[in-house]
Structures are given as C-alpha cells and as structure tokens.
Design a protein around this ligand. Sequence first.
Ligand code: DC
Length: 209
Amino acid sequence: MIIAVDGPTASGKGTISKALAAHYGLPFLDTGLLYRAVGQQLALNGGNADVAADALAVCAFPDALLDDPVLRNEEVGGLASRVSVHPAVRAALNQRQVDFANQAGGAVLDGRDIGTVIAPHADVKLFVTASAEVRAHRRYEEMLSRGLDVDFDNILADIRLRDERDAGRAEAPLKAAENAILLDTGDLTIGAAVQRAIELVDTRRENRS
Ligand code: DC
C-alpha cells in the first residue's frame, strides 16, 4: 500500500505520516528533508537559493546530511522552499522519491506533491491542513518549548510566505490531488488527528477492495 500525505508546513502531516507508517508497518520518507538538504548544502557551499544553477549544483549532497538536526531549523526550511521552486532541482530529486514510493510492499511519503506528481497512483492520498493562524501557533509553542526567542507575528508572516511560494510555483505546486481526502487538523489534538487519519486510510482501503 502506498500512502501519500501532502499539506502545508506545520499542518501535522509529518507526525501523522510517521504514525501511519508505524501503524501499517511501512517505510517512511519525509521528502521535505531532501529539499532541506539542498538548502543546507547551498548554505554550506555558498550560492543563491533563487538561482537554479546554484541550487542544482548541490543536489548531490552527501546522504549523511539527511541525519543532521540542523535541517529542522526554520532558516533551512525557508531555503528549502526557495530551492524547491526550480524545476531542475525537483527533477534531480524526483527519482529517489519515485523509487521509494514504488518499493515492494509500499511506503508512506509526505511532502507537497506526493499525490499529484511522485505517486499519483497511491492507494490512499491525504491532504492535511489547518489555518495559517493555527499552524503559526503550533510552531510558536514548539519553538518556545525549545527555549528559542520567538515572535508570533514573524512566524505567521513566514508561514504565509512559505504557503504562497509552495502553492504558487509553476512546477508541482502544493495542492490537494483530485482524489485526496482532506484532513483539517485545526480542532484536533495530535492523537485525535492520527486516529482520524487511520480511520480514513482504513475506509479508503475497504472501499477499494
Ligand atoms: O515539509 P518541509 O517543511 O520539510 O518542506 C520544506 C520545503 O521543501 C517546502 O517549503 C517546500 C519543499 N518541498 C517540496 O517542494 N516538495 C516536497 N515534496 C516536499 C517539500
């Protein structure tokens, strides 16, 4: 079974995807990490994230970079969003994701274009979302708990900018696939959101068999 999970930043899609992978015993790929690795490698080597050739030049980053916690930083997320606009970068990262999706036994992948581009044939597609305010609030709380000095308005502005860039780009924009099931996590605890996601997957599977 292939499960495609897409959605904007801080929607809860990562936590939900990991929980689904554990529940169904499937391997999991956080595809955002690949774009984050490109962004971070660019920061290390020097170059402009808005210049396609600069971003393409660092797409062959070392695999060990994927384990670096620095990839989780907000700055790296911003760089990832910028490099992901370039079609050449997306093409360079495409095969790895397609191969992961199509491995024997299936997989769970999360990202922005999994249900539309990487695995349009996925058995189940979820589009996980919540309002920008709710997502900013979550990010704010999470950063506060890490002892960071944070400003809510800055976080909200950053989330809106990322949404706009990810959804507005010409190539593989963030959007729900036609047959995706919408899961709004705005009013749900993370536990309830995971439970709901499992119910949705089970129902979709039953309907298909
Ligand atoms: O899910 P994330 O926040 O780690 O993703 C970081 C950026 O990477 C996101 O803003 C856009 C890009 N991305 C993408 O374009 N396509 C994907 N499948 C995953 C992420």
